[in-house]
Design a protein around this ligand. Structure first.
Ligand code: COA
Length: 265
């Protein structure tokens, strides 16, 4: 299929865009002609991503929990590639543990990365958005919708991310900024699924629970990001769209059997 989206000359900033789904999103925008900027915590991951993204790409290490570092990265990106047309907020942290198996600081670490980090990227990024016309996309998770054992911290944080998406959509819509969310379901080849379904038995159980009976691909998620950022989605604001083969519609994140099958690290 020919590339239906053209982001030639547009500036797309992807927080967390150095690995996994977020890197896939960054690469899809680069392929569609965008200048892509990325941030993430590890300097070596930023350098590798910029190299792989190719001409016009830019990156700076920053921890999304640190507002000043996020603001500095955004300012640097704008100096390099101009005002931001598409801001993707995807940095996330996770570990698998029951509520009684984590400290208050462990809970806080994930809430700070996922929820406060999403706020920081949006709050520091707004002034750099090309308005009207810009789009903000927050990456959520099935845990925002379905409670999951050993994921209380992520469920709480991602549910907060979804509500933040809706609040920003109604506050920034009048400014010409659309704000939407994506819920990637079980996606193959990601660190998250490696943690949540570490064995082939667990992976088969997850696949069996997805109405489409397969894992999704990173490209499936990137395609939705391209669409939501494009003029074709010009009247979509405040939506949180799953790309999960029907898992959240089925009322499960597609993960419970796998997690109860033995991942208690
Ligand atoms: N079970 C219980 N608590 C855990 C834990 C686990 N598996 N992993 C981390 N924690 C707790 C730590 O014990 C610490 O709490 P404490 O100070 O009371 O001991 C707290 O979380 C912060 O840990 P720290 O190692 O300082 O984390 P960090 O701030 O550097 O990073 C994470 C936090 C969540 C990102 C970390 O778990 C991590 O690096 N995860 C892997 C990367 C990742 O999440 N990728 C995304 C996949 S979707």
């Amino acid at each position: 299929m020919s590339q239906p989206f053209d982001f030639t000359g547009r500036h797309v900033f992807v927080a967390g865009g150095t690995t996994g789904i977020n890197f896939g999103i960054a690469a899809a925008f680069a392929k569609a002609g965008a200048h892509v900027s990325v941030l993430s915590r590890a300097p070596e991951k930023v350098a590798a991503a910029v190299e792989r993204l190719g001409r016009g790409a830019w990156g700076q290490p920053a921890d999304v929990r640190n507002y000043g570092a996020v603001a500095a990265a955004l300012a640097g990106a704008v100096e390099h590639s101009g005002p931001i047309d598409v801001l993707v907020s995807g940095a996330a942290g996770n570990f698998v543990a029951p509520a009684l198996g984590m400290s208050a600081n462990g809970f806080k670490a994930v809430v700070d990365i996922d929820l406060l980090g999403t706020f920081n990227v949006a709050r520091a990024g707004f002034q750099h958005l090309r308005r009207p016309g810009a789009a903000l996309i927050n990456i959520s998770a099935p845990q925002a919708v379905n409670a999951l054992v050993q994921q209380a911290h992520v469920c709480a944080a991602k549910a907060g991310v979804d509500m933040l998406t809706k609040c920003l959509a109604i506050e920034w819509g009048p400014e010409g900024v659309r704000v939407n969310g994506i819920i990637p379901g079980p996606i193959e080849g990601t660190e998250g699924m490696a943690r949540l379904a570490p064995s082939e038995e667990a992976a088969a159980s997850v696949r069996g629970s997805v109405p489409l009976r397969r894992y999704g691909t990173i490209e499936d998620v990137a395609n939705l990001a391209l669409f939501l950022a494009s003029p074709l989605a010009g009247y979509i604001n405040g939506a949180i769209v799953p790309v999960d083969g029907g898992s959240t519609a089925a009322g499960s994140a597609g993960l419970v059997p796998a997690m109860t099958a033995g991942n208690r690290s």
